[in-house]
Write a protein that binds this ligand. Structure first.
Ligand SMILES: Cc1ncc(C[n+]2csc(CCOP(=O)(O)OP(=O)(O)O)c2C)c(N)n1
Ligand SMILES: [Mg+2]
Length: 784
C-alpha cells in the first residue's frame, strides 16, 4: 500500500468534502424553491417561482469559491437567480436561518435575488437587474484601489478580489461592455468574472456564434481568459485512442443539439455518437465500456460542473490581472430537466422531487438537515465549514466613522448667478481648504466635468489614476484653463460617456464605508436629461443603499437653445418617485449651499440616503439676504414663503427652481389686485410630500393619542383660506407640484412642461410653454 504525501491526502479530503457539500448546496437550493412553490399555502394563485436549473449550473463553482477559494476580504456579486445557492451556502455557514429559507420569496424570508439591505446573510452586492451586479464588481475594485492608494481606511484590510458570478446571457447587456472599457482605461485589477456558460438564457439556447467572440473581447481590454471546458472524465476519454474524434465532435456540436442530448440522456448520446463516430474503433470501445447512465455522466462532464477542474482553474491563476473564467456548465445539471431549453423557470414536479430526494438519500423530515444524505460525518463537515477561509472573520461588512461636516459651507455672494455656477464655486472653496470634508469628497462625471462646473475642483484636487501622469498640454505650455494632472492622490474619477457607469461608480463609492471601511462623500455630475439613460443603474445604486450626491445640470427647457432632445421634463417626478434618493431643486445659491451641507450630512445618517440636486445654468439675480436658522431649516424641509400670504388669503403662487423670477414678477403684479397673495418658493416637493405622508401615517397609528403636529407642507399652507387657489409653476412636469391641492383641499392651477421642448431662447420658450410672467398672471386670473 502506498502512503499518499500529506498534502495530497489533504487535497483528496478537501475534494471529497467539497463534492459532498456541492450535493448539499444543490439539494438545499432546489428544496428551498420547491418548498416555496409546492408546500407553502398559496393565497393569491401567483406562481412563486425561483430558478432550480439556473442554480444547479452554478452549484459547483459557488461551492468551490465559498468553501475553499474565497477570503474574507473578497467581495462577490452573485447572478440574481442563483440566490437560493447563496442562501444555502450561508445556511451551511450558520449565517442564514431555516425559517428564512422556508419563507424564501415570502415576506421577511430570504430574498428572491441577493439583497444587501434585506437579507441577513452578508450579501456583498445586491443583484437582480442582469448586468448591473457584474459591473458593480469592476467599479468596486476601482474604489478599493482609490481608498488604498490614499490610505483612507484603517490600513489593515488586505486587498480583496471583486468577484462576479455571471450568467452567460448577462453579457448581452451593454452596460457590461461600457464598464469593460472604463476598467481598461483605469487599469482595473483584482477582478474575477466567472461566466456560467450554460449556453441558455431565459427563452432558449444562446446563439453559437456570439460566444466565439467573447473571450477575444476580454483579451482586447487586457484581461486574462481562462476557459473551463472539459471535466476530468472527458479529458481522460480524449486521451484514449480515437479520443480526439470525440473531442472534435463535442467541439463542433451546436449548442442546441448538445442541450437537447443532455436532456435526452444516455440513450440519446449513444444514438448520436453511433451515427456520427461509429467508424472509429476507439469510440466503439468507449460506447461499449459505458452503460447509458455512465455514458451520460461522461458526456455531460463539463469543467464548470467538475469540482477538481474548477479548483484547478481558480488555484491556477496568480497576480492581480483581471480574469474572466468561462466555465462550461449545464443548466439544470443533476436535475431531471437538465439541458431542456424551457427549463429556466421550470420547477420539478412533486414526482420529480420525490425521485431527486431519494437519489440524494434524504428521508422525510430531513429536508433541512445540513448533512443528511452525505457520506462524510457531520463532525467532519462541520469542521471543514468552520475552517473555510472565507468564514474566518464571520460577517465581513465594514464600518467607518462619519466625516464631520462644518456648520456652514462657503457661500459665494455674487449678485447674479446660476445654481450651476454656485455649485462650482462652493466646491472650489471646499477644495481650497485642508479639511476632512475636502479629503473625503470624490467627484466623478461621464465626460461632462467641465460643462457641469467641476473644472475648478479638478484643477485643485487633480484626476485620480493608479500612476502619475503629467498634463501634456501643460508640459508643452499650451494655455488651458484646465490642469488635467493624474495622480494616485487625485480626487476626480474621470468616466467615459456612459451614465450607467456613472451610477454604478457612485454605487460603489457610496458603499465604500461598508465594503472597504473607508468613508467617501461621492458627488457625480451629469446633464439632468441623461439621468434617464442610467436610470436602472441609479435605481440599483439606491436599492443597495449606497450614499452619494448627484448634481444634475442643466435641466428643464431652461437650457433653452439646446432644444427638446436635451431638455428634461419628468426628472422632478423621478426625484419624487425614486426611493433612497432625496431630491432638491433650489432657485438660489445660498439655498444650494444649505442643501449641499445638509446633503453631506444626510448621506452619512443611518436613516439617510442619497441626494439629487437639480440645477440650472440660468443666471438669476440673487436675493441679498442672510438666512436665519429657521429659513435654513425650511429650505431643508422643502420650501418657504418668499412673500408670506396675509392670513386667510385666497390666492398663492408656488414656484420652484429657475422660473422663480417669473413667479416673483407675477406676484408683484397680482398683489396689486389681490393684496395678501403669497409667494411660496419650494426647494423639494419630494421632501414635502414624503413628510406629509409620514405625518398622516403616524396619525393613523397613534389613534386615540392623535399626533396632531403638522407636516411642514401643512404648516406652510395653513395661513391660506380653506378655499384658496394655488398656481404652481416649475420647469418640469406639472404633476410634481399639483398634489399640493390635496393637502388642505385647495384648488390648483398647475403650470409646467408636458411636451417635448424645442430650441429657442428663454423668453420665447417660457412664453411658448406658459411659464412666463403673463402665463402665471393668467393662471391666477383663471383660478378665481
Ligand atoms: C435587466 C433585466 N432584464 C431581464 C431580466 C429577466 N431575466 C432574468 S434571468 C434572465 C436570463 C438570464 O440568462 P443567463 O444570464 O444565461 O442565466 P442562467 O439562468 O442561464 O444561468 C432574464 C432575461 C432581468 N433579471 N434583468
Ligand atoms: Mg445561461
Amino acid at each position: 500500500m502506498t502512503t499518499l504525501a500529506p498534502i495530497q491526502q489533504l487535497r483528496g479530503q478537501r475534494l471529497r468534502l467539497l463534492r459532498e457539500l456541492e450535493r448539499k448546496v444543490l439539494w438545499l437550493s432546489a428544496w428551498t424553491i420547491h418548498n416555496a412553490n409546492h408546500l407553502r399555502p398559496n393565497r393569491d394563485g401567483l406562481k412563486v417561482g425561483g430558478h432550480q436549473a439556473s442554480c444547479a449550473s452554478l452549484a459547483t463553482v459557488m461551492t468551490a469559491l465559498y468553501f475553499s477559494v474565497l477570503k474574507p476580504e473578497d467581495r462577490v456579486a452573485v447572478k440574481p437567480h442563483a440566490s437560493p445557492v447563496f442562501h444555502a451556502i450561508q445556511y451551511l455557514f450558520g449565517h442564514q436561518t431555516q425559517d428564512k429559507l422556508e419563507r424564501f420569496r415570502g415576506l421577511a424570508g430570504a430574498q428572491s435575488y441577493p439583497s444587501r439591505t434585506k437579507d441577513i446573510d452578508d450579501v456583498d452586492f445586491s443583484t437582480g437587474s442582469v448586468g448591473l451586479g457584474v459591473a458593480m464588481t469592476l467599479f468596486s475594485s476601482l474604489v478599493q484601489d482609490y481608498v488604498r492608494l490614499k490610505e483612507l481606511g484603517d490600513g489593515k484590510r488586505p486587498t480583496g478580489r471583486m468577484v462576479a458570478l455571471v450568467g452567460d446571457a448577462e453579457l448581452d447587456e451593454g452596460n457590461i461592455f461600457e464598464a469593460l472599457l472604463e476598467g481598461w482605461k483605469h487599469d482595473v485589477r483584482n477582478l474575477w468574472w466567472v461566466i456560467d456558460y450554460n449556453r441558455q438564457s431565459l427563452d432558449g439556447v444562446v446563439n453559437d456564434r456570439l460566444f466565439g467572440r467573447i473571450g477575444e473581447m476580454f483579451e482586447l481590454v487586457g484581461w486574462r481568459v481562462v476557459t473551463l471546458k472539459y471535466g476530468k472524465l472527458l479529458e481522460a476519454a480524449f486521451a484514449q485512442p480515437d479520443g480526439e474524434h470525440l473531442r472534435q465532435w463535442i467541439d463542433d456540436c451546436p449548442n442546441s443539439l448538445y442541450s437537447a442530448l443532455v436532456f435526452k440522456g444516455g440513450a440519446g448520446w449513444r444514438e448520436a455518437l453511433t451515427r456520427d463516430l461509429n467508424q472509429y474503433p476507439g469510440i466503439r470501445r468507449i460506447l461499449e465500456q459505458h452503460d447509458d447512465e455512465t455514458l451520460h455522466r461522461l458526456m455531460t462532464n463539463l469543467a464548470g460542473n467538475d469540482m477538481q477542474a474548477v479548483l484547478d482553474a481558480f488555484e491556477g491563476v496568480e497576480g492581480d490581472q483581471p480574469t474572466c473564467f468561462i466555465a462550461y456548465t449545464i443548466k439544470g445539471q443533476g436535475l431531471p430537466f437538465a439541458g431542456h431549453k424551457d427549463n429556466h423557470s421550470g420547477l420539478m414536479t412533486l414526482d420529480q422531487m420525490a425521485g431527486f430526494k431519494n437519489g440524494m438519500g434524504i428521508a422525510d423530515g430531513q429536508e433541512w438537515d445540513k448533512f443528511a444524505g452525505l457520506k462524510a460525518t457531520p463532525a467532519e463537515l462541520q469542521q471543514f465549514l468552520a475552517e473555510a477561509p472565507f468564514n474566518a472573520e464571520g460577517r465581513r461588512r465594514t464600518e467607518a466613522p462619519a466625516v464631520a461636516i462644518p456648520p456652514a459651507l462657503p457661500r459665494p455672494n455674487d449678485r447674479e448667478s446660476s445654481t450651476q455656477t454656485g455649485f462650482g464655486k462652493i466646491l472650489n472653496a471646499i477644495a481650497s481648504e485642508d479639511s476632512e470634508l475636502s479629503r473625503r469628497i470624490v467627484t466623478t462625471s461621464p465626460d461632462v466635468t467641465v460643462s457641469t462646473n467641476l473644472g475648478a475642483w479638478v484643477n485643485r484636487r487633480g484626476l485620480w489614476a493608479h500612476t502619475e501622469a503629467e498634463d501634456v498640454f501643460r508640459e508643452l505650455k499650451v494655455v488651458s484653463a484646465q490642469l488635467w494632472r493624474k495622480t494616485p492622490r487625485g480626487q476626480h474619477v474621470e468616466l467615459v460617456i456612459a451614465e450607467n457607469n456613472l451610477f454604478i461608480q457612485l454605487a460603489a463609492m457610496g458603499l465604500s464605508h461598508q465594503l472597504f471601511g473607508a468613508r467617501l462623500l461621492p458627488i457625480g455630475t451629469l446633464y439632468d436629461p441623461f439621468i434617464a439613460r442610467g436610470l436602472d443603474a441609479l435605481n440599483y445604486a439606491c436599492y443597495q443603499d449606497a450614499r452619494f450626491m448627484i448634481v444634475a445640470t442643466p435641466s428643464g427647457v431652461t437650457l433653452a437653445p439646446e432644444g427638446g432632445a436635451h431638455q428634461s421634463i419628468h426628472t422632478p417626478l423621478i426625484g419624487i418617485g425614486q426611493p433612497g434618493l432625496l431630491s432638491y431643486e433650489p432657485a438660489y445659491v445660498d439655498e444650494l449651499a444649505v442643501l449641499m451641507r445638509h446633503g453631506f450630512d444626510y448621506m452619512q445618517q443611518d436613516k439617510g440616503g442619497s441626494v439629487y440636486l437639480r440645477l440650472s445654468t440660468r443666471s438669476l439675480p440673487q436675493p441679498q439676504r442672510t438666512l436665519s436658522a429657521e429659513q435654513e431649516s425650511d429650505i431643508v424641509a422643502g420650501g418657504y414663503w418668499y412673500a408670506p400670504p396675509a392670513p386667510g388669503s385666497d390666492v398663492a403662487i408656488v414656484a420652484m427652481g429657475a422660473v422663480t423670477p417669473e413667479a416673483i414678477a407675477a406676484h408683484e403684479s397680482v398683489v396689486r389686485d389681490f393684496a395678501g397673495t403669497g409667494l411660496l418658493v419650494l426647494t423639494s416637493p419630494d421632501r414635502l410630500h414624503a413628510d406629509w405622508l409620514a405625518a398622516q401615517r403616524s396619525r393613523g397609528r397613534t389613534a386615540g393619542m392623535v399626533d396632531r403636529s403638522p407636516a411642514p407642507v401643512e404648516r406652510l399652507l395653513a395661513p391660506l383660506s380653506r378655499d384658496a387657489r394655488l398656481v404652481t409653476v416649475l420647469d418640469g412636469h406639472p404633476l410634481a407640484l399639483s398634489w399640493l391641492g390635496s393637502v388642505r383641499g385647495h384648488r390648483v392651477v398647475p403650470l409646467g412642461i408636458e411636451a417635448f421642448g424645442q430650441s429657442g431662447d428663454i423668453p420665447d420658450l417660457y412664453r411658448a410653454y406658459k411659464l412666463d410672467t403673463v402665463a402665471i398672471i393668467d393662471a391666477v386670473a383663471r383660478s378665481i
